[in-house]
Structures are given as C-alpha cells and as structure tokens.
Design a protein around this ligand. Structure first.
Ligand code: SF4
Length: 213
C-alpha cells in the first residue's frame, strides 16, 4: 500500500462518519473497480438513470456500465443541443442521478459550483436517489477550502476542458479565477448540501484513488 493509500484508509472513516451524521448514506472503497461494484449495487433493477457532467462517474466505468444494464437518459448521445437540454431537464425526474462533487468538507458537506445548474438542482430535489462519486482528492478541511478548491482548481481546469476560442472568462485567459462575470462563465450556482433529506436519498461513495478535477 502506498503512503497516500494508507493516509486515505485512516482519514476516510472520519469523513464517512460525518457524512452519515448529516443523513447521507456514505461509504469508502479503495479502488475504482470496487466503486463501480458498490455504485451498481445502489441502482435498483429497472431504475431510470440520468447524470450530470462528472469525470469521476465516467472514470470508474459507471456510465458505460449503466448504458448496458439500465434504461438511461443519455445526454451525451443527444442529437442536438436542444435535445441535450431536454435530456438534462428529464434527468431531474429520474430514479437515480449520478454525479460527482467539486469538494467534500471533512465535516460532511458537499460543495458544488454549477454552470447550468442541473447538477445542483438534482442534488437538491427531484431524482429519487442521487449517487455521488468522489475521490479522496476532493476532501477538504472545511467549506471555505472547498470554495477555494473550486476557484483555484475545478473552475479553471474545467473551463479548459470545454474552452471555446472566443471564451472571455478570466480563467480561460489567465489560468486563474478572478470571480469573473463573463457570458460563458461556468460558475453560476454555488450549492452547499449540508444535510440530506430524506435521509439516505443521497449516497456518497468516497474512493481511495484520485478522481475527477
Ligand atoms: S474566472 Fe470565471 S469561469 Fe473561471 S473559475 Fe472564476 S468565476 Fe469561474
């Protein structure tokens, strides 16, 4: 076991305990393969599955898996931008919604900044069940550190993933967040999920590998 894996093994139980104390159903697994197995176990047979943009969910192989095991609202297969938007709207009423999280505070809060808002909307209300997949690299000491993580890591790097040649955001020009107000800003809705109601609706899967951005 590497030193980082040892650190994750010792740290994760505290974060899981704090998430559970807030009504989340949480657990820790070591590997991507275990994460895939656990997340599939959380999806009932025949459940309609939707998702938000999440590298972590894709990286554990969950998107590919559910496409062959469940009925899905596949926004990535939409034929047009209009169809994609409609798929994202429909996903707000799916049975199981899959997403990542920009950060998770040690005391068990989810911190997310959205461009379109569909991901934080689903976290807040709509889908009967939400599964959050997050590597231990997303765990931060507190909410303030989570917001800082979004400004210094997740925001600018995600901007680069989808950058258009005419982008005017501060981070796309300088690589650093300046709290911009550009038309194509991807930081529009900040949601801190501090408790889960009803209890157990949101399931958080912490993974002992680096996932996502
Ligand atoms: S510069 Fe704008 S788009 Fe980039 S991370 Fe900051 S607020 Fe978000």
């Amino acid at each position: 076991m590497t030193p980082l894996e040892m650190r994750n093994e010792r740290y994760a139980p505290l974060v899981v305990k704090n998430l559970c104390s807030r009504g989340f159903d949480a657990c820790y697994v070591r590997t991507r393969a275990e994460a895939l197995e656990q997340s599939l176990a959380w999806i009932p047979q025949g459940a309609l599955v939707g998702w938000g943009g999440s590298l972590s969910v894709a990286q554990i192989g969950l998107l590919d898996a559910v496409r062959s095991t469940h009925p899905v609202l596949d926004r990535d297969a939409a034929a047009s931008e209009e169809a994609r938007q409609e798929c994202m709207r429909q996903a707000l009423l799916c049975d199981v919604f899959l997403t990542g999280s920009n950060a998770i505070s040690e005391d068990g809060r989810l911190i997310n900044m959205d461009g379109n808002g569909n991901r934080v909307a689903a976290l807040t209300f709509g889908p009967r069940r939400v599964i959050v997949v997050a590597g231990m690299n997303k765990v931060v000491p507190n909410v303030e550190a989570g917001i800082e993580r979004i400004r210094t890591v997740a925001g600018p790097v995600n901007m680069m993933r989808f950058i258009k040649s005419d982008s005017k955001t501060a981070c796309s020009v300088t690589g650093i967040c300046r709290n911009c107000n550009a038309p194509d800003c991807i930081c529009n809705s900040l949601v801190i999920t501090r408790r889960c109601r009803p209890a157990g609706r949101i399931k958080v899967l912490l993974v002992g590998e680096e996932l996502g951005i």
